[in-house]
Write a protein that binds this ligand. Structure first.
Ligand code: GAP
Length: 437
């Protein structure tokens, strides 16, 4: 493992290079909200694309869904979220700052004001954001922003199963925003009130749950490898019954050693038939499945692998960050896997001379059909290499005066800094092979 990156270093780099910065900053920001800038949105999209490819497109047993964020409020009653999606909230008796009881040591002074008056008794605080549908603010119009993407996969189970003709075992996957009115958001993009999830509800026969659970745990680990996440920083935590979500009969949290400490990156839960059964009882609609071979009719059980997009980004950045000395100078490198990098290739004319820039622009245009390319003709070549290293671009293509004679370019590898001369006619093939997963 290399040198540990501090949160300050990472946050500064991400801001300076346009990955992530504070939301609504010109108004002083808003309670730990973050915006993804030009490079951040590319990284985020690449993560979501890779996840969708691995877990939906490359599998015959998983189909996708893109459901509404605002669902009928009865969904959240049946799912148990109205009654139990709470965190225990305590208040400093002196300054009234609010904290999650399980995240502070109540015997110590208040973290906000340092006073020792102590804290109020814990109150249960529901984490769902409420809003109103339409112009009236009356009680009948109250709805929630979804706190997890999962429920749509249960509510739409019968529709999706019938139209896709999938047989059990099969899964429904969704990527989308979730909202939680966290008492204490913080640690950068780790805990925010608006975030994205990538979730699969995998419908099975009850008797298969243990085998399927182990199988999905393996697949989640495979995904971590695909993302270049440092496995030494990964820990599987068997969650105790009293700490599990209300719907779960078994949970393993996949934790990561973030710079601020160990925290949940992903979760794998055995949700049994809890959700489908509750929705069937509550809606009166049949959500059972009939086995086409045996004619056995049953409510499927569910294994749920869940992945936070924002926490993935944080773990990917922490894992990719490196500082090393080269020829007496420090260089910062984001060793992102090529398929996740915001740009896979930078095209750099050696000098800003028309003969070179013209050829470089032609190459940029051609390569852009196949990969994300940045064209850069500013500053010295050394500075441009350093910039690309710092934003994680795996390959730089340099066009020099020899290129105009020999129709070849220099390709520099971000990690090894080795340079290879490649014929322009071979360049696309060479790079496509290098950058594919
Ligand atoms: N459907 C199951 C579910 O929502 P969860 O453990 O509450 O389970 C799943 O959330 C994942 O969503 C977490 O593992 C984490 O990656 C991400 N997540 C949860 N709360 C978050 C928050 N406040 N900010 C950012 N990501 C969050």
């Amino acid at each position: 493992m290399g040198k540990e990156v501090s949160m300050d270093t990472l946050v500064n780099l991400a801001k300076r290079r346009g990955f992530i910065f504070a939301g609504s900053e010109i108004y002083g920001g808003l309670a730990n909200s973050w915006d993804y800038g030009p490079l951040g949105v590319e990284l985020k999209n690449n993560i979501k694309k890779a996840w969708w490819k691995k877990f939906v497109q490359m599998r015959q047993d998983v189909v996708g869904l893109d459901a509404a964020v605002i669902m009928n409020p009865k969904v959240w009653e049946a799912s148990g979220h109205v009654a139990t999606f709470h965190d225990p909230l305590v208040e400093c008796k002196y300054c009234h700052a609010r904290f999650r009881e399980d995240k502070i040591d109540a015997t110590k002074p208040c973290e906000a004001c340092g006073d020792k008056s102590g804290f109020t008794e814990p109150k249960q605080f529901n984490l769902m954001f409420k809003t109103h549908l339409g112009p009236s603010q009356e009680s009948g119009t109250e709805v929630y922003l979804r706190p997890e993407t999962a429920q749509a996969m249960f509510v739409d189970f019968a529709q999706v199963q019938a139209s896709s003709r999938k047989k059990i075992p099969f899964g429904i996957a969704q990527i989308g925003r979730a909202f939680r009115n966290e008492i204490t958001p913080g640690n950068y993009i780790f805990r925010t009130r608006e975030f994205e999830q990538m979730e699969i509800e995998y419908f099975i026969k009850e008797s298969d749950w243990k085998e399927q659970f182990e199988n999905w745990l393996k697949l989640m680990h495979e995904w971590l490898v695909d993302c270049g996440i440092t496995l030494e920083k990964i820990h599987d935590l068997e969650v105790l019954k009293e700490d599990r979500a209300h719907y779960s009969s078994r949970t393993v949290d996949i934790e990561f050693d973030f710079p601020f400490g160990r925290g949940e990156l992903y979760g794998l839960a055995y949700r049994s038939d809890f959700d489908l059964k509750n929705h069937q009882d509550s809606s009166g609609k049949d959500l059972s499945y009939t086995d086409p071979v045996t004619n056995e009719k049953y409510i499927p059980h569910v294994i749920e692998p869940t992945f936070g997009v924002d926490r993935t980004i944080l773990a990917v950045l922490v894992s990719a960050y490196k500082e090393e000395e080269v020829d007496g100078e420090m260089r910062t490198v984001l060793s992102l896997p090529a398929h996740l990098a915001p740009y896979q290739v930078a095209v750099l004319p050696l000098m800003k001379k028309e003969e070179l820039t013209e050829e470089a622009r032609k190459i940029t245009e051609e390569l852009s059909n196949y990969m994300a390319v940045e064209y850069d003709e500013t500053q010295s070549i050394g500075k441009r290499y350093r910039r690309q290293d710092e934003i994680g671009t795996p390959y730089c293509v340099t066009i020099d005066y020899d290129s105009l004679e020999d129709n070849a370019v220099t390709v520099r590898d971000r990690d090894t800094m080795k340079q290879e001369r490649i014929a322009i006619t071979e360049l696309k093939k060479y790079l496509v092979e290098k950058i594919s997963l």
